[in-house]
Design a protein around this ligand. Structure first.
Ligand code: URA
Length: 239
């Protein structure tokens, strides 16, 4: 149980500055569990709270955990330079509450991207010590040979890495397709591993992180959804 003043609550949910949130409340644009409240100082229980702002319902969440089906041509960086940022695919509130990607996908990679405003969660999920398997489908420029699969499983040396990096699993999918499971998240890792093994990645898609699959989430390209605890529990290391 925790109570906060209504202006603080609105601000925490990403509706804007404290001043703006106070004005919204005083203008009668905010309802608390269905009743309009125009006193921004009112102390409100956040547990189970449903706000209505401009006639739109908003369930209070102390922190948000989001799965986005990232399309190509969006950047994960905080200051995107050549393409729009992934935050532009989410409601504006998430930018105000500092939602960030958990790790990164390249601008041309599609698939499952986690996002959150929970700093410790982002940190823990991105830690190199946390070996959560990530499943990628790559399309290659050259045919996928048994030798390529064997090389990726044995480990390939990337020029700035102290030791060879290996795939946890690797399966050919048709002539120029390969499913690669990695436990690390090094910069351009799939593309660089394929290049180091003598092929070239022409398209890349991430279909799962741990036991959380895009398919199970049922979201389409460009769509997002909140993740609940049972889904977060699937983001577990393999060992
Ligand atoms: N590996 C890559 O090369 N790119 C990505 O976006 C993700 C993994």
């Amino acid at each position: 149980m925790s109570k906060l003043s209504l202006d603080r609550i609105l601000q925490s949910q990403g509706f804007g500055t404290r001043k703006y949130c106070r004005a919204l409340i005083e203008d009668g644009d905010v309802a608390v569990n269905g009743d309009i409240v125009d006193n921004y100082k009112l102390s409100v229980e956040t547990d189970g709270l449903v706000l209505t702002v401009f006639d739109e319902e908003w369930v209070y969440r102390e922190r948000v955990y989001i799965a986005l089906y990232k399309p190509a041509n969006f950047e994960c960086s905080r200051k995107p330079s050549h393409h729009p940022g992934v935050l532009t695919l989410l409601p504006e509130q998430f930018g105000w509450r500092d939602v960030q990607p958990v790790g990164r996908l390249d601008h041309d990679t599609t698939g499952l991207l986690l996002m959150s405003d929970d700093g410790p969660f982002i940190h823990a999920q991105s830690s190199p010590k946390r070996h959560v398997p990530k499943v990628y489908q790559a399309t290659t420029a050259e045919p996928v040979t048994p030798e390529l699969v064997a090389q990726l499983l044995d480990g390939v040396q990337l020029h700035d890495e102290p030791a060879p990096l290996r795939a946890v699993s690797c399966v050919a999918r048709g002539d120029k397709g390969i499913e690669i499971v990695l436990e690390q998240g090094k910069y351009h890792q799939v593309k660089r591993m394929l290049a180091a093994a003598g092929n070239h990645c022409s398209a890349l898609h991430r279909s799962a992180i741990g036991g959380l699959t895009l398919e199970s989430l049922g979201i389409k390209e460009g769509e997002w959804c909140f993740l609940e605890q049972a889904q977060l529990d699937l983001l577990v290391p393999s060992t």
